[in-house]
Design a protein around this ligand. Structure first.
Ligand code: NAD
Length: 488
């Protein structure tokens, strides 16, 4: 067991994260998981590899701190979160560099992520003091109904690599505001940001054991052991639909409450009456934020026949003009993909669409390394049964499909098991809202390429998830209503 040996000023230096697990306020040295810079394939650091017994020690630490944290006045919990927001903001540039190094995303995207991520702490600092109950009269007149909200209990939080900071704060913020203690398991590809944020949390005054962070190369057994522990009452997961399904089955064994933020396959609809330039601006954000590695990324562009060719030409021009390179290099707009495997998958999807008759207007093949690069790509005449119409591409590839009528495009938009996000461009607001109502998705952006906002409920329907994060509803995922039947 060691105390954090590092001064607070050096969050951007990956070598400082060569030690490991953060349990009960202590740093537990360890090695075993290499962290690679996807821009160069060089090793940045090595972090500890938690075992099942480490995970159970983290549950012990979360349990030991639970009663005090839950009893702490909401105002005090709020002030700790507010300080954490302030520290993340103070260290924004270092954290952005760290994200860019381990995830690959362009610095501009990483800076945007840190601002977004920190905002969850500020938002939930504000929500911590607004947890409301209910008071009603029973319809029978026999009694009164009083509803209180208790913290749900020890929460296991699992996050993906594509937003290493924001996916963690979107869970930690509401959990701590609600009075829960947590164990965060970040993705092995991007653990450094999570550990850097844990340090800032300790500096902000988060008591030992309230936030624990562990990395592991065996997420299955380690997470299953925590879910099997009766002290754990909540699983909040962000990641792929496949892993989400496995975890739902595992959580069923001990009836652990689950929130699931899973994969997406967002349609981006452009009607003939759309403002073309605005639609192209929005398309670039919806497709290229994070180089396409986002669950809300536009995965299918449906463009009405009258505007289709102009849209393809405009999108091709803008995509071809983007600078691809290491995320930390000045001028880079598109960083590398997370792994070689990700490039192979994108390449397979594009080749398959081309074999089915699609036409690439820019990009279309992996770039030479070192580093895992795929260029911004536009592809038209994609057959409706191409795999890329049904799977998350998770990369900088924009397939454009032509449509004729409103009814047809609603049917196409809904022809997927996913239902996270959708985008609609039309100058006719009543049409845009009508179409939005018809699309099976948890979030609809109208004449905008971005919908994520800490003040809004984020989440999906169908196989994109269960529950919502952010907004006033996000805290409810970490609260359990308790009803009192009262006579007086
Ligand atoms: P992933 O499902 O492979 O991994 C996510 C996390 O789960 C990682 O921490 C991983 O280590 C862990 N994990 C893997 N197997 C596990 C197991 N058997 N038991 C417990 N934990 C396990 O996803 P990824 O590749 O890291 O992230 C990309 C996916 O995340 C995409 O599908 C994307 O759409 C989705 N995502 C969704 C949202 C959302 O809010 N809906 C946000 C970001 C990303």
């Amino acid at each position: 067991m060691t105390l954090d040996p590092h001064p607070a000023a050096s969050y951007a230096d990956p070598s400082l994260h060569a030690h490991g697990l953060f349990i009960g306020g202590d740093w537990h040295a360890g090695r075993g998981i290499p962290v690679v810079n996807p821009a160069t394939t060089e090793r940045l650091a090595e972090v500890a590899d938690a075992s099942v017994s480490d995970a159970l020690r983290a549950v012990d630490a979360a349990e030991a701190s639970a009663a005090d944290w839950r009893a702490m006045p909401p105002r005090q919990r709020a002030e700790i979160l507010r300080r954490w927001f302030g520290l993340m903001t103070d260290h924004a540039e270092e954290l952005a560099v760290l994200i860019s190094l381990e995830n690959g995303k362009a610095l501009a995207d990483a800076r945007g992520e840190i601002a977004y991520a920190a905002e969850f702490f500020r938002w939930y600092a504000e929500e911590a003091v607004r947890i409301a109950g209910e008071f009603r009269h029973a319809p029978s007149g026999a009694n009164h109904i009083l509803v209180d909200h208790d913290p749900i209990g020890i929460s296991v939080l699992i996050t993906p690599w594509n937003f290493p900071a924001a996916m963690a704060t979107r869970k930690i913020g509401p959990a701590l505001a609600a009075g829960c203690t947590v164990i965060l398991k970040p993705a092995s590809e991007t653990p450094l940001t999570a550990y850097a944020m844990a340090r800032l949390g300790a500096e902000a005054g988060v008591p030992a054991g309230v936030v624990n962070v562990l990395t592991t190369s065996q997420p299955g057994p380690v997470v299953n052991a925590m879910l099997a522990d009766p002290r754990v009452r909540k699983l909040s997961f962000t990641g792929s639909t496949g892993v989400g399904r496995t975890l739902l089955a595992e959580a069923a064994k001990t009836v652990v409450s689950c929130s699931m933020e899973l994969g997406g396959n967002a349609p981006f609809l452009v009607f003939d009456d759309a403002d073309l330039d605005a639609a192209l601006d929005g398309a670039m954000i919806a497709k290229m934020r994070n180089a396409g590695e986002a669950c809300t990324a536009a995965n299918r562009f449906y463009v009405q026949a009258g505007i289709h060719d102009a849209f393809v030409a405009g999108l091709t021009q803008r995509m071809a003009a983007l600078n691809v390179g290491p995320g930390t290099q000045a001028g880079t707009q598109v960083g590398p993909m997370i792994t070689a495997k990700a490039v192979t998958k994108i390449d397979r999807l594009v080749r398959q669409a081309v074999a089915g008759g699609a036409h690439v207007t820019t990009g279309g093949a992996p770039l030479p390394g070192p580093g895992y690069y795929y260029p911004p790509t536009v592809i038209e005449n994609v057959p409706e049964d191409a795999e890329m119409a049904h799977e998350e591409i998770f990369g900088p590839v924009a397939p454009v499909y032509r449509f004729e009528t409103e009814a047809q495009v609603i049917r196409l938009a809904n022809a997927t098991d996913y239902g996270l996000a959708a985008y609609v461009y039309s100058r006719d607001l009543s049409r845009a809202l009508r179409v939005g109502k018809g699309i099976e998705a948890g979030m609809i952006a109208i004449n905008r390429g971005l919908m994520s906002d800490p003040a809004a409920p984020f989440g999906g329907v169908k196989q994109s998830g269960l529950g919502r994060e952010g907004g006033v509803t996000g805290i409810m995922e970490f609260l359990e209503p308790k009803y009192f039947a009262v006579n007086f």
